[in-house]
Design a protein around this ligand. Structure first.
Ligand code: ATP
Ligand code: MG
Length: 213
């Protein structure tokens, strides 16, 4: 019985390595240098697949991967259907924020009940955030470089991930509101957990131990 784990390249892969090690799993190739999308590990019964961060929940939902690691930002947009989310791994931590041009008076725009134009990759998250505040928004879907949108008049605000704030500062933007704290979670296909429990449960226990839970 093979266990397939879906990861994205970059920070999630790097920060998941110590957790895999705690479960006795070592990748035999580095996704940054290998062109392979299926990576073998030291364990014959465990393989890794390398997919886009936003595709990880989809692979796990349909059982093409048994386990995966995905940010809360990605999980909120996906909706979580068919996924068991047993563990916050506390990795890839950052914050989902509302940001505007540093000369834009966000508080009075909101107070006056103005209709706000919001550009974001995280349409679902933004919709929920502003609906809860009772702020009317027109949402504009983007796929990257959100910081540009307020600078060229595409939107009044953006909803985006912020860690240091340096990108905002470099583009004369300011964060005005936190939407939520973000970290990555372990996700498990619900059918896999039942059918492959003997192989999966020890991994979950090892990850939990390594995370300190
Ligand atoms: P893609 O590159 O495929 O468009 P992405 O930009 O979402 O996807 P990454 O940059 O690897 O891919 O981000 C993966 C996850 O890491 C995100 O979903 C988020 O949870 C988290 N993350 C994103 N940016 C940061 C950051 N600056 N600091 C910490 N964690 C972050
Ligand atoms: Mg990125």
């Amino acid at each position: 019985m093979t266990i397939t784990i879906a990861l994205s390249k970059g920070r999630i892969f790097e920060e998941t390595l110590p957790l895999l090690a705690a479960a006795g799993i070592t990748p035999l190739e580095d996704p940054e240098t290998s062109r392979k999308l299926i990576l073998p590990t030291n364990r014959a019964d465990v393989r890794l697949i390398i997919v886009r961060a936003s595709d990880v929940p989809t692979y796990v939902q349909y059982g093409a991967a048994d386990l995966g690691v995905a940010g809360k930002d990605v999980l909120n947009e996906h909706g979580g259907t068919g996924l068991y989310q047993p563990l916050d791994l506390n990795i890839a931590r950052c914050r989902m924020m509302v940001a505007v041009r540093d000369d834009f008076d966000y508080d009075s725009a909101v107070r006056q009940g103005a209709r706000l134009r919001v550009a974001t990759k995280y349409v679902q998250t933004a919709r929920e955030h502003f609906a809860a505040k009772g702020v009317h928004v027109d949402l504009i879907k983007l796929y990257g470089s959100m910081e540009l949108a307020p600078l060229v008049g595409l939107s009044d605000a953006i909803v985006d991930l912020v860690s240091s704030g340096n990108t905002l500062k470099a583009n004369h933007l300011k964060a005005v509101e936190e939407v939520s704290a973000i970290s990555s979670r372990l996700i498990v296909n619900q059918a896999s957990l039942k059918l492959k429990r003997a192989a999966i449960q020890p991994m979950l226990d090892a990850f939990a131990g390594a995370v300190g839970k």
